[in-house]
Write a protein that binds this ligand. Structure first.
Ligand code: SF4
Length: 618
């Protein structure tokens, strides 16, 4: 089949055809030769989502810098394109060369969120590949994955040949270079996987088998390949300045969610919020130097002509050179009318002088992640901010001209009661009143947007053992809040659907049995694009869970014993289990843990990598 010709025929019939044609500025094309390793890097969602993902830009650049590796992009086609491709027998193809994915050497997925798992199966299926790794042959591509969800790889274990856990900058090129050696030396897939399992952070699921007791409880893994590690320690990059960062970005051809260059300023977090998976599993904090950040930003902006730049981290204002970095960035951006987006600023550490400076360039919205409505619950989750911090910040923000604030909360947190929900209402009401009094006589109303998501217990956090609210309880709490918040003037309320969060919990803490649920949901009920509200089919997923005998007592909803083996412990995130337990016990006593820059809290990561933060502000 001439794929180019077929696409000429199909593309005029589908929405946003430009997303399938490639040729973006800075996209990479290489001459095909027998010693070139061809890698199809898939973000298993649409182009508009995938092209907004910084990791794609980073890994695309790092892989393509190697002469004998060629990384091409693959996205999940939109539904209309999926239908058109199926009808015409067109297989999933790479954006750059329009090569069928099935002909590539390696097919890799980034796993950013659990609700994207069904799209992994969709993409394998559209590529014409068997879904399960055991059914794929020697000539099929090696199917790999990485990303934040890889820290519990078990729900996808049966579909993937190899899973990469941890920082990918060095690990992914090494995995691909080894695949190139396989091609040159003629190794079997198994011979390749045995070697790959020695690369830091590489988990080969076929080398381990889950064991269950008579009651169906997970009791651990048994190792099937003696040379494989007993547990897979995540990969670390010890110094972000040591690894390259793309000086130029792929410039999208159609509207994407975030159409702006972004520079990651540091990875990890020292705050220790007890619900936060990213803050725990990406320890320790490693910073990119200010000079590097600025030179990357200037280069990306100059090359792309973008009108906005974003700096990325889990807690932007904790960057040690935050103020000078932003002032230098303003010096560059202000005369060029370029906006600066500073997400994840903390209320207790808000740089007002910088906010003042930001008046001169376009400002992004004022958002605060308060997470819980009462101080008691904020202590439980170790969100170390007070109401005083919140009001001081908003007071100054109004002075600087803000007319709206977004407050993020989480619902269903461990130990939560209705009093904590009342706290959300009370806080929104008081902020609204405070702003109205401060703005008295001025035109326009200050808006308080309350956005509430559902708590999902995540692996590698102190809350990993905790139960999740059931659907009925989430709904009750949602109506409880909705009813009270709608009575407040100037306050809007947004809530995320509860069943999607339930399913997220099933997958985030699931074992390999969730793979069967996933395949059933995809094959029997056609589930895909579950991260899109309009595509998420609650009944289909409930049916798939029921078909596979997974009930409410499964990992997602029931509390777990602190002593029981957990499916994700085949991975070693580098954190001591005793630290997570200690943090949970402190949560029960409503005790907080200080930011570990003021003194090490003994998370254990420093037994694997020097921790640059250990007491750095003491
Ligand atoms: S080793 Fe200590 S300082 Fe470093 S991240 Fe862990 S608790 Fe924080």
């Amino acid at each position: 089949m001439d794929l180019h010709k077929e696409l000429d025929r199909l593309l005029p019939r589908v929405e946003k055809p430009a997303q399938y044609i490639g040729g973006e500025r800075n996209s990479v094309y290489k001459e095909i030769s027998p010693d070139l390793l061809r890698f199809a890097f898939c973000f298993p969602d649409t182009y508009g989502i995938g092209m907004s993902y910084v990791g794609l830009q980073l890994l695309y650049y790092l892989v393509n810098r190697r002469e004998h590796l060629w990384c091409e992009r693959v996205f999940a086609p939109q539904r209309d394109m999926c239908d058109a491709m199926r009808e015409a027998g067109v297989p999933l193809f790479t954006v750059e060369s329009k090569t069928p994915v099935r002909e590539m050497d390696v097919f890799g997925f980034t796993l950013q969120y659990e609700l994207g798992y069904s799209n992994v199966l969709l993409c394998l299926d559209l590529a014409g590949l068997p879904l399960r790794s055991k059914d794929r042959g020697e000539d099929d591509p090696i199917v790999i994955a990485g990303g934040p969800c890889a820290f519990n790889p078990e729900p996808l274990a049966d579909f993937l040949d190899l899973i990469m856990v941890g920082d990918g900058e060095e690990q992914l090129p090494d995995v691909l270079e080894l695949a190139r050696q396989r091609k040159l030396q003629g190794w079997s897939k198994r011979e390749y996987l045995i070697r790959a399992a020695q690369i830091p952070g590489v988990y080969v699921p076929a080398f381990y088998e889950p064991v269950y007791d008579d009651a169906g409880r997970f009791t651990g893994h048994s190792k099937l390949e003696p040379s494989a590690p007993d547990r897979v320690l995540r990969a670390f990059v010890d110094d972000l300045d040591r690894v390259d960062y793309p000086p130029v970005t792929l410039v999208p051809l159609v509207d994407v969610v975030y159409d702006r260059p972004s520079v990651e300023i540091f990875r990890g977090c020292t705050r220790g919020c007890r619900f936060c998976q990213a803050g725990m599993q990406y320890r320790p904090v490693r910073e990119r130097s200010k000079d590097k950040v600025l030179s990357i930003a200037r280069s990306q902006l100059a090359d792309s002509g973008a009108q906005e730049i974003s700096v990325l981290s889990l807690s932007t204002s904790d960057y040690s050179e935050f103020q000078p970095m932003v002032l230098d960035l303003i010096d560059y951006c202000k005369p060029r009318q370029i906006g600066i987006s500073l997400p994840s600023l903390r209320m207790d550490n808000f740089a007002f002088s910088i906010m003042g400076e930001l008046q001169g360039v376009r400002k992004s919205g004022l958002t605060f992640a308060a997470e819980a409505g009462t101080q008691r619950l904020r202590n439980v989750i170790n969100k170390n901010i007070t109401e005083e911090d919140i009001f001081t910040t908003i007071d100054r923000a109004i002075d600087l001209g803000w007319q709206a604030v977004k407050l993020y909360f989480m619902m269903g947190l461990p130990t939560e009661t209705d009093e904590d929900l009342d706290g959300i209402v009370d806080l929104a009401a008081r902020i609204s009143r405070f702003a109205a009094e401060k703005n008295a006589g001025k035109r326009g109303r200050f808006n308080v947007a309350v956005s509430v998501s559902n708590f999902v217990p995540k692996p590698w956090t102190p809350f990993q053992w905790q139960p999740q609210n059931d659907e009925a309880e989430f709904e009750r709490k949602h109506f409880y809040l909705k009813d009270r918040l709608r009575r407040l003037k100037g306050v809007t309320y947004r809530y995320h659907g509860s069943y999607a969060s339930r399913l997220e919990a099933y997958f985030s803490r699931g074992d390999r049995r969730m793979g069967e649920v996933l395949e059933t949901a995809y094959r029997k009920y056609g589930c895909c694009f579950d991260a899109w509200t309009e595509s998420f089919r609650i009944d289909a997923w409930k049916q798939a869970l029921a078909d596979c005998g997974i009930g409410e007592d499964y990992f997602a909803v029931s509390g777990l014993s602190e002593d029981a083996p957990l499916p994700w412990e085949i991975i070693d995130a580098g954190l001591d289990k005793s630290f997570l337990q200690r943090e949970w016990h402190k949560a029960q006593r409503e005790e907080t843990t200080p930011d570990c820059r003021y003194g090490c809290q003994g998370c254990g990561i420093n037994s694997h990598i020097a921790c640059p933060m250990e007491g750095s502000l003491r």
